[in-house]
Design a protein around this ligand. Structure first.
Ligand code: APR
Length: 171
């Protein structure tokens, strides 16, 4: 099963997969970080599609076409803002991954690429966030045989290292 999880360095907007996941905010109207990069690369049709959806609560996910991206779809999820860990952040972050994999499965999508949701502007500690990401990826891969690949795409080496050590845990 481990072979179905890949960790790579790169820019998620260039990934030619069935869906990439966006670390959005509740407005779904764009922002900085990976959200800004995805909106720039996908083009203005994405903003129109997100506007029509009308927002997304923390821990949930919504899907749009990929528009100008090589990926067919974009799954937008909203991570928790880190407030010290005592405000349900871990459960909310796990819910983001579960909702994203459930949406991918509902659309018959097999290869999904994800950023480290919550670990940038929302300040979720990297080690804890990547442990949740890997645990949820393993659970989704075990439960959904049609899911072929979960690809964690890391912009920087620190994030890449955190995923590698999360992957080594629980092997
Ligand atoms: N490809 C892959 N990863 C990226 C890219 C990219 N092009 N750009 C940024 N990242 C990484 C960051 O390095 C970080 O590891 O995505 C991770 C998540 O960081 P953020 O994008 O800041 O996401 P998050 O912490 O969930 O904060 C969400 O930021 O931009 C706003 O609208 C967004 O308000 C929302 C908030």
């Amino acid at each position: 099963m481990g072979a179905r999880i890949r960790i790579i360095r790169g820019d998620i907007t260039t990934q030619a997969v069935d869906a990439i996941v966006n670390a959005a905010n509740t407005s779904l109207l764009g922002g900085g970080g990976v959200d800004g990069a995805i909106h720039r690369a996908a083009g203005p049709e994405l903003l129109a599609a997100c506007r029509a959806i009308g927002g997304c609560p923390t821990g949930q996910a919504r899907i749009t076409p990929g528009f100008g991206l090589p990926a067919r779809y974009i799954i937008h999820t909203v991570g928790p803002v880190w407030h010290g860990g005592g405000h349900g952040e871990a459960e909310q972050l796990a819910a983001c991954y579960r909702a994203s994999f459930a949406l991918a499965a509902a659309h018959g999508l097999r290869r999904v690429a994800l950023p480290a949701i919550g670990t940038g502007a929302y300040r979720y500690p990297l080690g804890a966030a990547t442990a949740i990401a890997v645990a949820e990826a393993r659970a989704a891969l075990a439960a959904r045989p049609e899911l072929e690949e979960v690809r964690f795409v890391c912009l920087d080496g620190k994030t890449h290292d955190a995923y590698q050590s999360a992957l080594r845990q629980g092997e």
